[in-house]
Design a protein around this ligand. Structure first.
Ligand SMILES: [Mg+2]
Ligand SMILES: [Zn+2]
Length: 337
Protein backbone atom coordinates (compact mmCIF):
# COMPACT_ATOMS: atom_id res chain seq x y z
CA UNK A 1 0.00 0.00 0.00
CA UNK A 2 1.11 3.57 -0.70
CA UNK A 3 2.10 5.56 2.34
CA UNK A 4 2.37 9.32 2.07
CA UNK A 5 3.18 12.23 4.31
CA UNK A 6 1.31 15.24 2.96
CA UNK A 7 2.50 18.60 4.19
CA UNK A 8 1.03 22.05 4.07
CA UNK A 9 3.72 24.61 3.23
CA UNK A 10 3.06 28.00 4.85
CA UNK A 11 3.50 27.82 8.61
CA UNK A 12 4.12 24.05 8.40
CA UNK A 13 7.26 23.54 6.30
CA UNK A 14 8.14 27.15 7.07
CA UNK A 15 7.96 28.69 10.50
CA UNK A 16 5.87 31.63 9.40
CA UNK A 17 2.89 31.99 7.16
CA UNK A 18 4.62 33.62 4.24
CA UNK A 19 1.51 33.97 2.12
CA UNK A 20 -0.17 36.00 4.83
CA UNK A 21 2.86 38.18 5.39
CA UNK A 22 3.39 38.95 1.71
CA UNK A 23 -0.25 39.93 1.33
CA UNK A 24 0.19 42.35 4.24
CA UNK A 25 3.71 43.65 3.43
CA UNK A 26 3.35 44.06 -0.33
CA UNK A 27 -0.41 44.35 -0.72
CA UNK A 28 -3.07 46.56 0.79
CA UNK A 29 -3.51 45.98 4.57
CA UNK A 30 -7.10 47.23 4.41
CA UNK A 31 -8.04 44.75 1.70
CA UNK A 32 -6.19 42.07 3.65
CA UNK A 33 -8.12 42.75 6.88
CA UNK A 34 -11.44 42.91 5.07
CA UNK A 35 -11.11 39.63 3.19
CA UNK A 36 -9.61 37.77 6.16
CA UNK A 37 -12.64 38.86 8.17
CA UNK A 38 -14.82 37.50 5.37
CA UNK A 39 -12.99 34.16 5.61
CA UNK A 40 -13.32 33.99 9.42
CA UNK A 41 -17.03 34.75 9.25
CA UNK A 42 -17.62 32.20 6.50
CA UNK A 43 -18.66 34.81 3.92
CA UNK A 44 -15.76 34.36 1.49
CA UNK A 45 -14.20 31.17 0.11
CA UNK A 46 -10.41 30.87 0.39
CA UNK A 47 -9.94 31.12 -3.35
CA UNK A 48 -11.55 34.55 -3.44
CA UNK A 49 -9.65 35.66 -0.32
CA UNK A 50 -6.25 34.83 -1.83
CA UNK A 51 -7.13 36.24 -5.24
CA UNK A 52 -8.25 39.56 -3.72
CA UNK A 53 -5.32 39.78 -1.28
CA UNK A 54 -2.77 39.54 -4.08
CA UNK A 55 -4.50 41.80 -6.59
CA UNK A 56 -2.96 44.94 -4.95
CA UNK A 57 0.57 43.44 -4.96
CA UNK A 58 2.60 45.15 -7.71
CA UNK A 59 6.21 44.47 -6.59
CA UNK A 60 8.45 42.60 -9.06
CA UNK A 61 8.65 38.87 -8.41
CA UNK A 62 12.45 39.05 -7.82
CA UNK A 63 11.98 41.51 -5.01
CA UNK A 64 9.35 39.39 -3.30
CA UNK A 65 11.42 36.21 -3.72
CA UNK A 66 14.41 37.92 -2.06
CA UNK A 67 12.20 39.01 0.79
CA UNK A 68 10.78 35.50 1.13
CA UNK A 69 14.25 33.89 1.21
CA UNK A 70 15.23 36.25 3.99
CA UNK A 71 12.05 36.05 6.08
CA UNK A 72 10.63 32.59 5.59
CA UNK A 73 13.21 29.80 5.60
CA UNK A 74 12.10 26.19 6.06
CA UNK A 75 12.02 24.87 9.61
CA UNK A 76 15.29 23.51 10.99
CA UNK A 77 15.42 19.76 10.40
CA UNK A 78 13.06 19.76 7.43
CA UNK A 79 15.58 18.19 5.03
CA UNK A 80 16.37 15.50 7.62
CA UNK A 81 12.67 14.84 8.11
CA UNK A 82 12.10 14.35 4.38
CA UNK A 83 15.12 12.03 4.19
CA UNK A 84 14.00 9.98 7.18
CA UNK A 85 10.42 9.67 5.92
CA UNK A 86 11.62 8.47 2.50
CA UNK A 87 14.06 6.10 4.17
CA UNK A 88 11.13 4.56 6.04
CA UNK A 89 9.16 4.09 2.83
CA UNK A 90 6.93 7.14 2.88
CA UNK A 91 6.32 9.44 -0.08
CA UNK A 92 6.53 13.09 0.88
CA UNK A 93 4.56 15.75 -0.91
CA UNK A 94 3.61 19.35 -0.26
CA UNK A 95 0.17 20.75 -1.06
CA UNK A 96 -0.06 24.49 -0.72
CA UNK A 97 -2.49 27.30 -1.44
CA UNK A 98 0.61 29.42 -2.10
CA UNK A 99 2.49 29.82 -5.35
CA UNK A 100 5.13 27.71 -7.09
CA UNK A 101 6.98 30.92 -7.92
CA UNK A 102 7.57 31.66 -4.22
CA UNK A 103 7.95 28.16 -2.82
CA UNK A 104 10.41 26.59 -5.28
CA UNK A 105 13.27 29.04 -4.55
CA UNK A 106 12.95 28.36 -0.82
CA UNK A 107 12.97 24.57 -1.23
CA UNK A 108 15.89 24.80 -3.65
CA UNK A 109 17.93 26.80 -1.17
CA UNK A 110 17.12 24.26 1.56
CA UNK A 111 18.35 21.54 -0.78
CA UNK A 112 15.07 19.63 -0.64
CA UNK A 113 13.45 18.12 -3.69
CA UNK A 114 9.86 17.28 -3.00
CA UNK A 115 6.73 16.78 -5.07
CA UNK A 116 4.85 20.10 -4.87
CA UNK A 117 1.28 20.99 -5.73
CA UNK A 118 0.56 24.70 -5.46
CA UNK A 119 -1.18 27.54 -7.24
CA UNK A 120 0.64 29.82 -9.66
CA UNK A 121 0.83 33.56 -9.86
CA UNK A 122 1.33 35.90 -12.78
CA UNK A 123 3.25 38.80 -11.16
CA UNK A 124 1.96 41.61 -13.36
CA UNK A 125 3.11 45.17 -12.60
CA UNK A 126 -0.55 46.27 -12.40
CA UNK A 127 -1.32 43.63 -9.76
CA UNK A 128 -0.60 39.95 -9.28
CA UNK A 129 -3.05 37.52 -10.85
CA UNK A 130 -3.56 34.28 -9.03
CA UNK A 131 -3.85 31.19 -11.24
CA UNK A 132 -5.80 28.82 -9.05
CA UNK A 133 -4.81 25.16 -9.52
CA UNK A 134 -7.22 23.29 -7.28
CA UNK A 135 -10.36 21.44 -8.41
CA UNK A 136 -13.48 23.55 -8.25
CA UNK A 137 -15.92 21.99 -5.84
CA UNK A 138 -14.86 19.52 -3.19
CA UNK A 139 -17.49 16.82 -2.51
CA UNK A 140 -16.94 17.19 1.23
CA UNK A 141 -16.78 20.97 1.82
CA UNK A 142 -18.08 22.52 -1.40
CA UNK A 143 -15.01 24.75 -1.71
CA UNK A 144 -11.98 24.53 -3.94
CA UNK A 145 -9.86 22.52 -1.54
CA UNK A 146 -6.80 20.36 -0.96
CA UNK A 147 -8.71 17.18 -0.18
CA UNK A 148 -9.00 15.94 -3.77
CA UNK A 149 -5.19 15.92 -4.01
CA UNK A 150 -4.61 13.40 -1.24
CA UNK A 151 -2.91 10.33 -2.69
CA UNK A 152 -4.51 6.87 -2.29
CA UNK A 153 -3.30 4.66 0.55
CA UNK A 154 -2.32 5.62 4.07
CA UNK A 155 -1.96 9.35 4.62
CA UNK A 156 -0.41 11.36 7.42
CA UNK A 157 -1.48 14.96 6.98
CA UNK A 158 0.32 17.88 8.60
CA UNK A 159 -1.12 21.36 8.32
CA UNK A 160 -2.08 24.41 10.31
CA UNK A 161 -4.46 26.50 8.23
CA UNK A 162 -7.97 26.98 6.96
CA UNK A 163 -7.19 25.23 3.68
CA UNK A 164 -5.95 22.15 5.56
CA UNK A 165 -9.09 21.44 7.50
CA UNK A 166 -11.05 19.46 4.93
CA UNK A 167 -7.99 17.46 3.77
CA UNK A 168 -7.01 16.73 7.37
CA UNK A 169 -10.46 15.31 8.09
CA UNK A 170 -9.87 12.73 5.35
CA UNK A 171 -6.42 11.69 6.61
CA UNK A 172 -5.65 8.59 8.65
CA UNK A 173 -3.55 10.52 11.13
CA UNK A 174 -3.50 14.20 11.92
CA UNK A 175 -0.94 16.02 14.01
CA UNK A 176 -1.87 19.49 15.18
CA UNK A 177 0.92 21.86 16.09
CA UNK A 178 1.49 23.19 19.58
CA UNK A 179 -0.39 26.43 18.92
CA UNK A 180 -3.64 24.55 18.53
CA UNK A 181 -3.85 24.02 22.27
CA UNK A 182 -6.76 25.80 23.90
CA UNK A 183 -8.60 25.73 27.18
CA UNK A 184 -12.29 24.94 27.41
CA UNK A 185 -15.08 26.00 29.68
CA UNK A 186 -15.71 23.48 32.50
CA UNK A 187 -19.22 24.88 32.99
CA UNK A 188 -20.10 23.57 29.52
CA UNK A 189 -19.52 19.92 30.45
CA UNK A 190 -22.68 17.78 30.35
CA UNK A 191 -23.29 14.07 30.72
CA UNK A 192 -25.00 11.37 28.67
CA UNK A 193 -28.58 12.13 27.64
CA UNK A 194 -28.22 15.89 28.12
CA UNK A 195 -30.41 18.32 26.19
CA UNK A 196 -28.28 20.56 23.99
CA UNK A 197 -30.06 23.86 23.53
CA UNK A 198 -29.58 25.86 20.37
CA UNK A 199 -31.30 28.42 18.19
CA UNK A 200 -29.93 26.85 14.99
CA UNK A 201 -28.74 23.52 13.50
CA UNK A 202 -25.63 22.27 15.27
CA UNK A 203 -22.45 20.43 14.41
CA UNK A 204 -20.89 17.61 16.40
CA UNK A 205 -17.20 16.69 16.53
CA UNK A 206 -16.55 13.20 17.97
CA UNK A 207 -13.41 13.03 20.08
CA UNK A 208 -11.77 11.02 22.81
CA UNK A 209 -11.02 12.72 26.14
CA UNK A 210 -8.34 11.68 28.63
CA UNK A 211 -8.99 12.14 32.33
CA UNK A 212 -5.97 13.24 34.35
CA UNK A 213 -5.25 11.08 37.39
CA UNK A 214 -2.70 11.40 40.20
CA UNK A 215 0.52 13.32 39.53
CA UNK A 216 -0.53 14.28 36.02
CA UNK A 217 -0.81 10.66 34.84
CA UNK A 218 -3.38 9.73 32.21
CA UNK A 219 -5.95 8.06 34.46
CA UNK A 220 -8.61 7.08 31.95
CA UNK A 221 -10.44 7.76 28.72
CA UNK A 222 -14.01 8.54 27.76
CA UNK A 223 -16.03 9.63 24.73
CA UNK A 224 -16.30 13.35 24.15
CA UNK A 225 -18.81 15.04 21.83
CA UNK A 226 -17.96 18.65 21.16
CA UNK A 227 -20.93 20.69 19.97
CA UNK A 228 -20.57 23.68 17.66
CA UNK A 229 -22.95 26.39 16.50
CA UNK A 230 -21.81 27.26 12.96
CA UNK A 231 -22.35 30.86 12.01
CA UNK A 232 -22.26 32.17 15.58
CA UNK A 233 -19.40 34.62 16.13
CA UNK A 234 -16.12 33.03 17.30
CA UNK A 235 -15.60 31.98 20.10
CA UNK A 236 -19.33 31.81 20.88
CA UNK A 237 -19.72 29.13 18.24
CA UNK A 238 -18.15 26.58 20.63
CA UNK A 239 -17.49 25.77 24.25
CA UNK A 240 -21.18 25.84 25.23
CA UNK A 241 -21.83 22.09 25.33
CA UNK A 242 -19.18 19.42 25.85
CA UNK A 243 -20.79 15.98 26.26
CA UNK A 244 -18.78 13.33 28.11
CA UNK A 245 -19.39 9.69 28.93
CA UNK A 246 -20.93 7.24 29.41
CA UNK A 247 -18.05 5.57 31.31
CA UNK A 248 -14.33 6.11 31.87
CA UNK A 249 -12.05 3.21 30.92
CA UNK A 250 -8.55 2.82 32.33
CA UNK A 251 -5.61 3.13 29.91
CA UNK A 252 -4.93 -0.63 29.97
CA UNK A 253 -8.57 -1.32 29.05
CA UNK A 254 -8.60 1.14 26.13
CA UNK A 255 -9.04 -0.71 22.82
CA UNK A 256 -6.04 -0.51 20.48
CA UNK A 257 -8.33 0.17 17.54
CA UNK A 258 -10.89 2.79 18.41
CA UNK A 259 -13.74 3.44 16.02
CA UNK A 260 -16.26 6.22 16.50
CA UNK A 261 -19.68 6.08 14.88
CA UNK A 262 -22.23 8.89 15.02
CA UNK A 263 -25.95 8.21 14.54
CA UNK A 264 -28.43 11.04 14.04
CA UNK A 265 -32.01 9.93 14.77
CA UNK A 266 -30.84 6.37 14.16
CA UNK A 267 -29.14 7.04 10.80
CA UNK A 268 -25.40 6.51 10.61
CA UNK A 269 -23.80 9.81 9.62
CA UNK A 270 -20.10 9.40 10.32
CA UNK A 271 -17.50 6.74 10.99
CA UNK A 272 -13.99 7.61 12.04
CA UNK A 273 -10.97 6.53 14.04
CA UNK A 274 -9.91 7.86 17.42
CA UNK A 275 -6.71 5.86 17.93
CA UNK A 276 -3.16 6.86 17.03
CA UNK A 277 -3.03 10.07 19.06
CA UNK A 278 0.12 10.83 21.08
CA UNK A 279 -1.59 11.30 24.45
CA UNK A 280 1.56 11.52 26.57
CA UNK A 281 2.95 14.28 24.36
CA UNK A 282 -0.39 16.10 24.55
CA UNK A 283 -0.37 15.75 28.35
CA UNK A 284 3.19 17.15 28.53
CA UNK A 285 2.18 20.08 26.36
CA UNK A 286 -0.91 20.79 28.45
CA UNK A 287 1.16 20.63 31.65
CA UNK A 288 3.68 23.21 30.43
CA UNK A 289 3.57 26.26 32.71
CA UNK A 290 0.66 24.95 34.77
CA UNK A 291 -0.34 22.08 37.04
CA UNK A 292 -2.64 19.32 35.85
CA UNK A 293 -4.97 18.25 38.62
CA UNK A 294 -6.82 14.94 39.01
CA UNK A 295 -10.07 15.21 37.06
CA UNK A 296 -8.75 17.66 34.47
CA UNK A 297 -9.65 16.64 30.94
CA UNK A 298 -7.61 16.60 27.76
CA UNK A 299 -9.46 16.46 24.45
CA UNK A 300 -8.01 14.61 21.46
CA UNK A 301 -8.45 15.41 17.78
CA UNK A 302 -11.87 15.08 16.16
CA UNK A 303 -12.63 12.05 13.99
CA UNK A 304 -14.57 14.20 11.53
CA UNK A 305 -17.61 16.40 11.84
CA UNK A 306 -21.35 15.87 11.55
CA UNK A 307 -23.12 19.02 10.37
CA UNK A 308 -26.68 20.29 10.05
CA UNK A 309 -28.10 18.53 13.10
CA UNK A 310 -31.58 20.04 13.52
CA UNK A 311 -33.30 20.75 16.85
CA UNK A 312 -35.26 17.95 18.56
CA UNK A 313 -32.86 15.27 17.29
CA UNK A 314 -31.31 12.29 19.07
CA UNK A 315 -27.56 12.06 18.47
CA UNK A 316 -25.53 9.03 19.57
CA UNK A 317 -21.76 8.67 19.56
CA UNK A 318 -20.49 5.09 19.89
CA UNK A 319 -16.85 4.51 20.73
CA UNK A 320 -15.28 1.04 20.84
CA UNK A 321 -15.16 -0.26 24.40
CA UNK A 322 -16.60 2.92 25.91
CA UNK A 323 -20.21 2.70 24.82
CA UNK A 324 -22.86 5.12 23.60
CA UNK A 325 -22.84 8.79 24.51
CA UNK A 326 -26.21 10.26 23.62
CA UNK A 327 -27.56 13.79 23.53
CA UNK A 328 -30.70 15.48 22.27
CA UNK A 329 -30.77 18.87 20.60
CA UNK A 330 -33.45 21.25 21.83
CA UNK A 331 -34.86 24.32 20.15
CA UNK A 332 -34.41 27.66 21.90
CA UNK A 333 -34.94 31.19 20.67
CA UNK A 334 -32.00 33.29 19.49
CA UNK A 335 -30.49 35.43 22.19
CA UNK A 336 -27.32 37.47 22.43
CA UNK A 337 -24.81 35.04 23.87
MG1 LIG B 1 -0.29 26.74 6.73
ZN1 LIG C 1 -12.98 20.05 0.86
Amino acid sequence: MNRSVVLDYDGTVTEFDLLDRIAREFGDPEVYDEVERGLDEGRLPLREVITREFAPVTAPLDEVVSWVLEHSPVRPGFADFVGAARGAGWDVRIVSSGFHELIEPVLARAGVEVDLHANRVDPRPDGWRVEWRYPDECDACGESCKRALLPPGEVVYVGDGYSDRCAALAADRVFDDETSFEFANPAAVVGPGAAIASDRPLELLPRLAAVVGLDGALGGFTAFAEWRRPGAPVPKDRDFALSLGPVVVTPDALAAELTSVVHVDGDERLQGRLDGFAWSAARDLAARGTVLRPGDLLAGPAAGRVDAIPPETLVELDVTGIGTLSGRTRQTTARGT
